[in-house]
Design a binder for this molecule. Sequence first.
Ligand SMILES: [Zn+2]
Length: 341
Amino acid sequence: MVPIEFRRDVVTARFVNPAGGEIEDRRLDIRFDPLLHTSSRIAPGVRLPTAQPEALLPLQQPDPTCPFCPGRVEKVTPTLLPAIAPEGRIRCGETLLFPNLVPYSQYAAVAVFSSRHWLSLPDFTPPLLLDNLNAALSYIRRVAQADRSVRYAAYNVNYLYPSGGSLPHPHSQVYVDRHATTMMRLQEDAAVSYLARHGRPFWEDLVDEEEGRGERFIGRLGRTAWITPFAPLGFNEVRVIVRGVGTVLELTDADLRSLAHGIARVLIAYDDQGYNSFNLALSSALDPARPALGVTMSMITRSALVPYYRSDAMYLERLHWEAAVDRPPEEVARDLRTVFG
Ligand SMILES: [Zn+2]
């Protein structure tokens, strides 16, 4: 195992307190991602709005215009090409999967979790998540069979408006394309270089290092390892590495069950902390000869949906590609361990 370098620079910001004229210190922790060398800032005082239950009431009512509710979803959503799915839409337990009207990727699909219009975070149970993951993987497998030119896949969730979700009815979005996203490309290029330099996959070394250190390690479920990243991309970020797997096409039923159980636990923790909006992204290459990207997943909380909420993405995140978060990942991991117990 090659030791992973966790590089950081803790700097002090100083100002004169207007009340007493004393000089006050604020600690800014600048951290560098061990794979990409991108940086993140942990700046105490950054705050995300947390939930106000009454703000959700209008969204929890039945919505006669929702295109994902029963009765409409079968009429207004498109169907898959017969070469991919002759049945038109892929049903898996409560999940119904169909093409996305917006082509975020060459093969873009939406997978509605349930006929229920509203789910709170604890309602994303392992069986519900497992059905959705199964439907997404079935779609990815069928697309990869039907079109040999696709090279990358991702499983993503936007939940509630602060996350970028346009419809509150819970759904995931599947990405299959010949091109990687920018993050997938950066990670794959860096992981290929790491493998060439050290002769070992980066993600395996990272999990071994994090498990040895313990401070950011949350737990294992089957072949999935759950950690908080040293240099987070967003608030309360949890990162998952599926060990011993080169691409998403190699995921077993047991791996999907592990992912479903872990996601449900993280969402319970997010709910406990007062968050109700989140993003999730699982990424993979599709070519078994190019396994360096591995199968990894990230989850973050977004600003809770409250009136006039402040977005958690400001000039730093959107234009400097630099996250500023409030809590060190070591604290986030400590909290998450209580639900992984
Ligand atoms: Zn609905």
